[in-house]
Design a protein around this ligand. Sequence first.
Ligand code: UDP
Length: 330
Amino acid sequence: MKKILVSGGAGYIGSHTVRALSEVGYGPVVLDSLITGHREAVPGNIPFYLGNIADEDLVSDIIMKEKVSAVIHFAARSLVGESVQKPDLYFEENTAKTHRFVSTVLQCGVNNIVFSSTAATYGNPEKVPIPEESKTEPINPYGASKLMIEQSFYWLEQAYGLKWIALRYFNAAGAALDGSLGEDHATETHLIPLVLKTALGQREAISIFGTDYDTLDGTCIRDYIHVLDLAEAHIRALEALEQGVPCGAYNVGTGTGYSVREVIAMARRVTGIDIPVLEAPRREGDPDSLVAKVGKIQKILGWQARYSDLETIIKSAWQWHQKHPHGYGI
Ligand code: UDP
């Protein structure tokens, strides 16, 4: 059984990927600081290490003891607003710690790494759908911290033979179809969980940030990708690295965008609840439309989204929120 070290495996996307890895016969090993992750999101039979990716002794011990053959690296800070307030935190936690982590991984003789990157590396896109070769000019420190990692991987590849794939996620959403794993952030900022928390009566209304964008209904358009499809993309990326595909960045999205109003309309339909809405000013730094061009991942990794129609995304998220109205541990 191939052992895969999953950093951040107790987080939202990480925990779904750990489950998917087990289902297809890999042996995931989780390293998580639990600063934002949840111990309950990782089954008891999966090896779990509490700690920091920059702890060289811990990381080498895990790799040797567990006989790790590849790494999937999720562990990171991921709040755009926080990154604007505290850029130093993001360059330390994401860029610097990843550098130390990957150096240790390479020193231990492990060369294959799948990295969770983001569409925030593009900044305001020149054209939509966004191809991977678009200019990358992040408009916040979060996107910059991830782009710097991608760039460092290129040079580690040239010098030491690092084999890497960076998956640039668009809008991760949804939950395990039975609602047993899902999204639980201490500070929730994302549209779909906030809409569903409003449906549960935990919030009075969902604010629509901006109704005067240059889109059909005036609200922002995003490419929502089901977390199960994201998990599958990581497995395809692992397999592709073993087969020697070119290293680099791959978009993970559907190629189809939905507006904020369309998301709310679908949530009303799925929940049967007339979710109250407030029209609010624009949120700083939101481009009007972010949609992935997805030909590269489909062609080279042979990946296709299977669960990312808006109805399946919202139905699965609704299962999770109904079963776990206050997240994990409840
Ligand atoms: N959004 C909104 N109200 C909210 C949260 C988000 O209107 O309470 C909008 C936001 O402006 C963006 C879209 O929903 O256009 C998706 O935002 P989210 O924070 O989920 O993801 P992002 O696109 O920022 O990664």
